[in-house]
Unconditional design. Structure first.
Length: 126
């Protein structure tokens, strides 16, 4: 009986951690996607000063959020997004629209991929 109770408690703990991790990632990636879309819109409008402001907000939010993601995701993904955000900042200073849009699209794809890969499902437990 003790083993059954212990097993149930461990299972409940695993489920709780999975749900918390999934919720953290989904909320964070939704916010990151919105901020990325705002930067893309500014770049499409050739408004580089607002793009730089929104990009700095995106990078600041990413720096705060990535620490919450680390226990749940592959560190390579975190590094890849961080590197791309840094390269976008250098493109923004040069007002290099095609490269900025390409990198922003890549960041947006990585964020969506991160969300889809880490969403909770029954297979997360296996």
């Amino acid at each position: 009986m003790k083993h059954l109770v212990a097993s149930f408690l461990i299972f409940a703990l695993v489920l709780t951690v999975c749900f918390m991790g999934s919720g953290t990632i989904v909320c964070g990636t939704n916010e990151l996607t919105q901020k990325t879309d705002a930067v893309i819109q500014n770049v499409n409008d050739d408004n580089y000063s607002d793009a730089l402001k929104n990009l700095n907000g995106l990078v600041e939010f990413w720096d705060k959020t990535q620490n919450k993601f680390i226990p749940f995701i592959n560190m390579e993904r975190v590094d890849e997004i961080s590197e791309k955000l840094n390269s976008i900042q250098s493109f923004c200073n040069k007002e290099n629209k095609p490269h900025m849009l390409a990198e922003l699209s890549s960041v947006k794809f990585l964020i969506q991929d991160l969300k889809e890969a880490e969403e909770f499902s029954i297979f997360s437990l296996v």
